[in-house]
Design a protein around this ligand. Structure first.
Ligand code: CMP
Length: 139
């Protein structure tokens, strides 16, 4: 089934020059980038993005990190895009993510793990509305 997925290159990925590498891997797989935006997100916007983690011990650090520098948000489309993207990215903890995945190849941290992707079609649509809203931030 055709799906839309939200992918974000996080501030660490942008700082390390990995925007192109993330996009290359998504496109090499056959997924289409149908919309793309680079912004310096506000704290308020990142609190909305991560609303499901509010109250968890890592929430404040996560919001600070995600608003610490520019991010690249994109809408990625393709057959079963949600599970395909999540398999390309690998598990959250970069130390445990297998080689061959984006996090497995580039991340050594649970927080600074290069990319974010939504985990369901409903979350993808919610998160797309959050990060592509004009008030999420500007570059
Ligand atoms: P992400 O897939 O964007 O979803 C939530 C983010 O919180 C996660 O990637 C990490 O960047 C960050 N995070 C920090 N600590 C933790 C933790 N202990 N468990 C899960 N996510 C964490």
């Amino acid at each position: 089934m055709n799906q839309r997925e939200l992918v974000i290159v996080k501030p660490d990925g942008v700082r390390r020059g990995l925007i192109g590498e993330v996009i290359r891997r998504l496109e090499a797989k056959g997924l289409k980038i149908i919309k793309l935006r680079m912004i310096r997100a506000t704290r308020a916007c990142m609190e909305r993005l991560y609303d499901i983690h509010k109250g968890k011990p890592f929430f404040e650090d996560l919001v600070t990190f995600m608003s610490s520098g520019p991010i690249v948000a994109m809408i990625v489309e393709g057959d079963e895009a949600i599970s395909v993207v999540r398999n390309l990215i690998g598990p959250t903890d970069g130390r445990k993510a297998p080689p061959g995945t984006i996090r497995g190849d580039y991340a050594l941290s649970i927080q600074e793990n290069i990319v974010h992707a939504a985990d369901s079609p409903e979350r993808a649509e919610y998160e797309i509305s959050v990060v592509f809203s004009p008030d999420c931030g500007e570059f």
